[in-house]
Design a protein around this ligand. Structure first.
Ligand SMILES: [Zn+2]
Length: 225
């Protein structure tokens, strides 16, 4: 190959070339933020101590989803959520939105974590008190009633920042001592992009309920296939 002779550039052209020079190489840019890992369970750990009454078919539909979010410390965190496979895509979209909006999510850890065990049983109260976001839990709905084939018992519901978004029914507040203040970052209102997005995707929000408020709660009653 013939080597082209370098043309002698006019001073003005040299300046223009300098101005058009590419910016810093990718190597010079700051490295992507390394997340603080809140949860890194195996599947076995994520379903350890599940209620022995949980039907096998329900358990087999659950998936362990890794999610990233900005926590209360302003840093990028990584956690895990157990939900029905039919809502995994929705959850991924919503967490991507929360990340883009920098909507703070305290922590996302499967309820099987030892911190949330009471007498060997998954305890939603301990999870709520820790302001933990969680999904699948084969249990009765908050407020009583039978275990249904919907909601948390089916992995078709999740609770977001429960200490900031409590369950309120008359004088009952769950978790105990929580207050609902929309001015606090991480609190959900009807105008929150996350709430609007989930409704678009066919979820219902406990903040819309009339007889009680369950601001932390989202549920998809018709998840499709
Ligand atoms: Zn809930």
């Amino acid at each position: 190959m013939r080597i082209a002779r370098t043309p002698r550039a006019a001073p003005g052209l040299a300046l223009l070339l300098a101005l058009c020079a590419p910016g810093p190489s990718p190597a010079a840019e700051p490295a992507p933020e390394t997340p603080v890992v809140d949860s890194a369970m195996t599947w076995e750990e994520a379903v350890r101590n599940v209620s022995p009454r949980c039907p096998r078919a329900v358990l087999e539909r659950q998936r362990l989803v890794t999610v990233r979010y900005y926590s209360m410390d302003g840093r990028l965190h990584q956690g895990q959520l157990v939900v029905d496979r039919r809502v995994v895509k929705d959850l991924e979209e919503v967490f991507a939105l929360a990340l883009a909006e920098r909507f703070p999510i305290d922590k996302v850890i499967p309820i099987s974590h030892p911190d949330f065990l009471r007498d060997g049983v998954w305890d939603d109260d301990l999870s709520m008190r820790a302001n933990n976001t969680s999904g699948f839990n084969y249990r009765r709905p908050t407020g009583g009633g039978r275990i249904s084939d919907r909601g948390h018992a089916a992995g078709l519901a999740f609770d977001l920042n429960p200490r900031l978004n409590p369950y309120l029914k008359g004088k009952l507040v769950l978790p105990a001592g929580a207050t609902y203040d929309p001015a606090v970052p991480g609190t959900l209102t009807a105008r929150s992009p996350i709430v609007r997005k989930l409704k678009q995707l066919g979820w219902s929000w406990g903040g819309d309920w009339r007889t009680l408020k369950d601001y932390q709660h989202f549920q998809k009653s018709s998840p499709g296939e």
